[in-house]
Design a protein around this ligand. Structure first.
Ligand SMILES: C[S@@+](CC[C@H](N)C(=O)[O-])C[C@H]1O[C@@H](n2cnc3c(N)ncnc32)[C@H](O)[C@@H]1O
Length: 174
């Protein structure tokens, strides 16, 4: 597979006097879906908070390079493929929505490369990204980060004291 990897620039044009809170998602040039504008569905001008809803790649494309300090992402795990999970103590099928249906490991990986590449572009040179995931997707995220030449600093494993029961009995634990 030829992965489409958009490498970050090796040298950053970084202006430290730039105020990161001043960046605006350019609402008038938005092209998401039917070229409708991006409107924040939450805006708190006192604390400089704006929340946008839409395709993350389309929205990130409106953000200038090198202006974000920290990104936290919880991308799709691509779990909804007829498998089972435990909900409220019962075995149920996993169906989180269309967005969670796997398109195959290669397309899932290209999706991770695409959004991580956009995140890398908007991050400041000393910015950081946190990504949460499950064993289904986290290895692709790690590989994509290596392809994009991110420096991986930490792997954090969440110890859930109240983890769901091990229904399939094929894992050491959940
Ligand atoms: C693992 S869930 C994250 C759930 C979230 N942490 C929460 O507690 O609600 C992944 C989320 O990514 C969203 N998503 C999927 N594809 C997306 C895309 N292209 N752009 C933006 N969000 C997307 C889904 O709607 C879903 O809410």
């Amino acid at each position: 597979m030829n992965w489409k990897v958009s490498h970050r620039k090796t040298k950053h044009e970084y202006n430290p006097s730039f105020n990161p809170f001043e960046f605006e998602v350019k609402e008038e040039t938005a092209s998401y879906e039917v070229k409708k504008a991006f409107f924040p569905y939450f805006h708190d001008p006192v604390h400089h908070i704006k929340l946008f809803q839409g395709d993350c790649i389309e929205i990130l494309k409106k953000v200038p390079d090198n202006c974000v300090d920290l990104i936290f992402a919880d991308p799709p795990y691509f779990l909804s493929n007829g498998g089972i999970t435990c909900h409220a103590g019962k075995m149920v099928s996993v169906n989180k929505g269309k967005w969670d249906i796997s398109k195959g490991i290669e397309d899932n990986h290209q999706f991770n490369l695409n959004w991580l590449g956009e995140c890398q572009r908007v991050l400041k040179p000393n910015g950081t990204i946190w990504v949460s995931g499950t064993s289904r997707i986290i290895h692709s995220i790690g590989f994509a980060m290596q392809q994009l030449e991110f420096k991986i600093l930490n792997d954090i494993i969440w110890y859930k004291r109240n983890a769901p029961p091990n229904l399939a009995c094929r894992y050491f634990t959940h």
